[in-house]
Write a protein that binds this ligand. Structure first.
Ligand code: ZN
Ligand code: ZN
Length: 393
């Protein structure tokens, strides 16, 4: 069963109740259907067994108000197409803090390759595996489980982060066993269907009027039995392996941002899809450049005379230097915009914002002092008053 089919399942329909049914109505509907379709009252009836499973599955979600709420939200999101991009994590758990598609940075934009599948995987991780300690739902135990997402961190120089770079990472994690290709069975043999649960991974137990489902002990809920376990992975189908993953970090990544590498997380059990690798990027600060969004910022020290007389400054960029014309009479602290010399993002290239800041000499030699004193006198004689019109005068 694909994840899409899973979310498109209508648990309400399965129990024959409306989506606004009370918890009590759900309970009653489930009890009746579970009793009617229980395998013990319908021996050999595959249809009833199928129905029983579907009903139990629906009840496992709808009978728990918290799970039901998540399911409702997930379905309405799915219906509105909200799964297209971004990290949706209804469990509020591991991945993107439930940020959804609004606000923050656009994950889909950055990751490019991360499709809806990965996001749905996150969803089901939150929805159906959270109850693992208290007994899983049927679906979770009999379905091959997608591998977990793995987390890693990299630290980049400011300029590498600005222009984009590739970073080789060494990741040690459980991976599909190369000897048995993840089946867990010794090469040449294969797992057989568990006879006790017929591969369902769950068995039903009678108690009072109706039955409960619980994980099958014989196969530990996997639905299959391995007679000759692969010796390299002791039958788990998974081995710890160190592998190298090259992470392509797009231009303009900012400090603390996460890059998702689809399918490079932990291997899924028994042939299920692998999880993703989530790389948190740290960006070092730079001695020269700063950043505001996609724009680079830069402060250039200048002499007072350069602002008064005008000059052309040689300004560094991420790619060589450019000449910046400073017109005569420029005020201290003015910011010039150099188009297209900022962060070279694919979608849009930012600008370089150059701010001029007067540097004052702490010492002057005699010639400079004489000239400056002469200048000061001439400036005064010209009628220039720096505090003219200043309210504090
Ligand atoms: Zn193996
Ligand atoms: Zn079994």
């Amino acid at each position: 069963m694909s994840q899409r089919e899973w979310i498109e399942k209508d648990f309400y329909k399965e129990l024959g109740v409306s989506s606004s049914a009370s918890q009590d109505e759900i309970k009653k509907a489930y009890r009746k259907l579970a009793r009617d379709n229980h395998p013990d009252s319908n021996p050999g009836d595959a249809k009833a067994e199928e129905r029983f499973k579907a009903v139990s599955e629906a009840n496992a979600v709808l009978s728990d108000p918290a799970k039901r709420k998540e399911y409702d939200e997930a379905r309405s999101l799915f219906a509105s197409g909200g799964f297209g991009r971004g990290g949706f994590s209804p469990g509020g758990g591991t991945n993107f803090g439930g940020g959804g598609t609004a606000g923050g940075f656009d994950v889909g934009d950055l990751f490019g390759g991360a499709g809806g599948g990965a996001d749905l995987g996150d969803l089901f991780g939150g929805l159906f595996n959270r109850g693992a300690a208290g007994g899983r739902t049927q679906a979770a135990s009999s379905r091959p489980r997608r591998g977990s997402d793995l987390a890693a961190e990299v630290t980049l120089d400011f300029r590498d982060a600005a222009v984009g770079t590739s970073v080789p990472l060494s990741i040690t994690s459980p991976s599909s066993c190369t000897t048995c290709h993840g089946s867990g069975a010794k090469p040449g043999t294969s797992p057989r269907v568990c006879p006790r649960c017929n591969g369902a991974g769950v068995v039903s137990r009678n108690q009072g009027a109706f039955g409960f489902s619980e994980p099958c002990d014989d196969c530990r809920g996997t639905g299959s039995i391995i007679d000759d376990p692969c010796t390299d992975c002791r039958g788990t189908g998974v081995q710890n392996r160190t592998r190298s993953v090259t992470v392509r970090v797009p231009a303009g990544v900012s400090d603390g941002q996460r890059v998702r590498v689809a399918g490079r997380g932990e291997a899924g059990l028994r042939g299920a899809a692998a999880g993703d690798l989530l790389v948190t990027v740290h960006v070092k600060s730079d001695a020269v450049f700063g950043r505001t969004g996609d724009d680079l910022t830069l402060t250039v020290p200048v002499a007072y005379s350069e602002l008064v007389l005008g000059t052309t400054l040689s300004v560094p960029t991420l790619d060589g230097r450019v000449g910046l014309k400073v017109p005569a009479g420029t005020v201290d602290g003015r910011t010039f915009r150099v188009k297209g010399r900022g962060i070279p993002k694919k979608s849009k290239i930012g600008d370089l914002l150059v701010t001029v800041k007067v540097a004052v000499p702490s010492e002057l030699d005699d010639a400079a002092r004489d000239a400056l004193e002469a200048y000061a006198a001439a400036e005064k004689a010209s009628g220039f008053d720096p505090r003219y019109g200043w309210p504090g005068a």
